[in-house]
Design a protein around this ligand. Structure first.
Ligand code: MRU
Length: 346
């Protein structure tokens, strides 16, 4: 179905990166255009672009801007310019491994060239390929997971793991889209996802636009909906899956997984290969702590008393025993994950 959210979240224009400004959604669908790596770093930090695969590609393109703009004539100087921008981009958000994957991929492409001219061309070609690949991989992943959704099922998700969190099509919502493309009736239960409201603003925007049946709920309604038999399966995205099968995703995912276990509901993270971190186990991952204003305010309006201490972890960790299977572009990864992840993904 070509009418599914087919616009691209992030695109490479050769000397600029164009992206949807996700902070303006759902009120306005507007684009921003950046020509400097510092602007892209800011956009990632402030969540103009967000979602693990989208920030991976955006960071890669931010680095490609450094390549395009470099005045170096010797490859050693050129690589120094690249390293400086890579370090800036690496410092934007710590949890999604795709960010580091995107940066490393561009750096190694640049390093394999023998002249500066060649490196600039290679990097530009590489980021355009990454953009296209992301959509292809998500469509593949969607097909791999679609059979897990039955006709008439209600799928609970978390955050936004849709087209807006990727270059296009989405991971968790890609599975939903693929099931709908198979002709199934699918309904999505969308938790609002406090504090940044990616569910209420972004997932709801995509699903309403695509005319996929959906219902918005408060985050606090998840357990009740499950206890009433109103959830058939949970499908979420992931920011990082370590080699021991721990799933890092938007805050609130862990409680969905615990509740799903309690109610005998299958729990599936959906993620491309770039989200797997084979070099790390769960204890080596930094969970991003974001600003207090996100919690004490609701869309710019203060709701909590001044002086209240705030904790604002942006992600949580779901242990492997709560995960039924992981949907990837290479098929389903099943427990025991410490054996199946390295085998399928390596
Ligand atoms: O803070 P965000 O909006 O970048 O967090 C996004 C998520 O947690 C998504 O679920 C995850 O990146 C998977 S996106 C396909």
């Amino acid at each position: 179905m070509d009418n599914f959210f087919s616009i691209r979240t992030v695109t490479w224009e050769g000397d600029a990166v164009r992206m949807i400004d996700q902070t303006a959604l759902p009120a306005k669908l507007t684009y921003v255009r950046y020509t400097r790596p510092e602007q892209v770093a800011d956009a990632i930090r402030t969540m103009v672009v967000r979602g693990a695969p989208a920030i991976g590609v955006a960071a890669a393109m931010g680095l490609a801007l450094a390549a395009v703009r470099s005045k170096a004539t010797r490859t050693a100087d050129f690589m120094r310019d690249m390293e400086a921008s890579a370090s800036l981009l690496r410092g934007t958000r710590p949890t999604a491994v795709n960010l580091f994957w995107g940066i490393d991929r561009v750096l190694s492409r640049a390093a394999s060239a023998s002249t500066v001219r060649e490196a600039k061309d290679a990097v530009s070609t590489e980021v355009k390929a990454m953009e296209d690949e992301d959509v292809e991989v998500n469509k593949k992943l969607g097909k791999e997971g679609a059979d897990l959704i039955g006709n008439g099922d209600t799928v609970l998700t978390q955050c936004n793991a849709g087209a807006l969190a990727t270059v296009g099509y989405g991971t968790a919502l890609g599975v939903v889209r693929a099931a709908v493309e198979q002709g199934k009736l699918v309904k999505v239960l969308v938790p609002e996802t406090r504090p940044a409201l990616q569910g209420a603003r972004l997932t709801a925007f995509e699903l309403v636009r695509d005319r996929i049946a959906c219902t918005l709920i408060s985050d606090t309604a998840v357990g009740h909906m499950m206890s009433q038999g109103r959830v058939d399966c949970v499908i979420v995205g992931a920011d990082r899956i370590t080699r021991d099968g721990y799933v890092f995703n938007k805050i609130g995912t862990y409680q969905e997984a615990v509740l799903a276990k309690r109610h005998g509901i299958p729990f599936y993270p959906a993620a491309p290969r770039s989200t797997f971190d084979l070099g790390r186990t769960h204890d080596g991952v930094t969970i991003e702590e974001r600003g207090a204003e996100e919690v004490v305010e609701v869309r710019g309006r203060r709701v909590a008393p001044r002086g209240i201490p705030v904790a604002n972890p942006a992600f949580d960790v779901t242990p492997p025993e709560l995960v039924t299977a992981i949907i990837t572009d290479r098929g389903l990864v099943k427990p025991p994950f410490s054996e199946s992840i390295p085998r399928l993904i390596a």
